[in-house]
Design a protein around this ligand. Structure first.
Ligand code: ADP
Ligand code: MG
Length: 263
């Protein structure tokens, strides 16, 4: 109901995202790779969580399964108390459009659409009323209120990512996922993007889950989940840059040792 009125009413302490025993294998036969090996976790509404781990540890797969972009082979995903993994493809798409926002590393804006058109696209796809004022309002929030008629190729990388964030927030989703959203950005643009994601959680009650390999980015989050070899390998509350870097180095050691021993 809050989604339609445009007034967020975050249910504090409620669980916005729950994964139980999520398993995902990519490929078949000899080429099969177990990307997620039984991941269970719960995230509180309005929290901002970073997901870290060595390359290939399953971070993107975790995000895609949690966001309904990929289907787990087994296990369940529950968003705002509703199971996402139950229905068919159409039901899943509807669910995703209503409840989930996604930010990609390389923005994924449509080059032939203006900033305003890109931003309200999820509303159109969901068959919801498209309100130019809504576009203006959400773009103003990300500091681009004066760029409505521009095209993506007229913007910097940081500006494009801010449009992508506006697009992810426009439907007022319960959960926003971002996969390495600062991976292609300079330090200053990265900081803007991180502040916006933190604001989405703190001011607007969205639950934000961000994959990053950067301890500085992770330090913007309330907590960090560490993944190694498709499994959860730890959690850190109130992360600092140094503590995260230290922990990550040890995860890296283990993954490196496994690789050397041919595991
Ligand atoms: P990360 O984001 O942590 O780097 P991914 O989730 O992308 O990890 O990948 C986890 C594992 O699954 C890796 O071994 C990767 O090679 C494999 N993988 C990911 N996507 C696919 C795919 N579409 N087909 C085959 N293997 C994949
Ligand atoms: Mg990845």
């Amino acid at each position: 109901m809050s989604r339609r009125t445009g007034r967020p009413e975050p249910a504090r302490n409620a669980e916005a995202l729950r994964l139980d025993g999520v398993r995902k294998v990519h490929g078949t036969g000899e080429a099969a790779v177990t990307a997620l090996d039984g991941v269970s976790l719960g995230l509180a509404a309005g929290s901002f969580t970073a997901v870290m781990g060595p390359s290939g540890s399953g971070k993107s797969t975790l995000l895609r399964c949690a966001a309904g972009l990929d289907r787990p082979d087994s296990g369940t995903v529950v968003v705002d108390g509703e199971e996402m993994t139950g229905g068919d493809e159409t039901a899943l798409t509807k669910f995703r459009r209503r409840r989930i926002g996604f930010v990609f590393q390389h923005y994924n804006l449509l080059p032939t659409l203006t900033v305003a058109q890109n931003t309200v696209l999820p509303l159109r796809l969901a068959g919801r009323r498209v309100d130019r004022e809504r576009a203006r309002e959400i773009l103003a929030q990300v500091g681009l209120g004066d760029r409505l008629g521009h095209f993506p190729d007229q913007l910097s990388g940081g500006q494009r990512q801010r449009v992508a964030i506006a697009r992810a927030l426009v439907t007022e989703p319960g959960v926003v996922f971002a996969d390495e959203p600062t991976g292609a950005l300079d330090t200053r643009s990265a900081r803007d993007v991180l502040r916006l994601l933190r604001e989405a959680a703190r001011l607007h009650g969205r639950t934000v889950v961000m994959v990053t390999h950067d301890p500085v980015a992770a330090s913007y989050a309330d907590s960090v989940l560490f993944l190694a070899d498709g499994r959860l390998a730890g959690r850190m509350a109130e992360p600092t840059v140094d503590a995260v870097a230290e922990r990550l180095a040890h995860l890296g050691d283990r993954a490196g040792a496994d690789a050397e021993s041919g595991v």
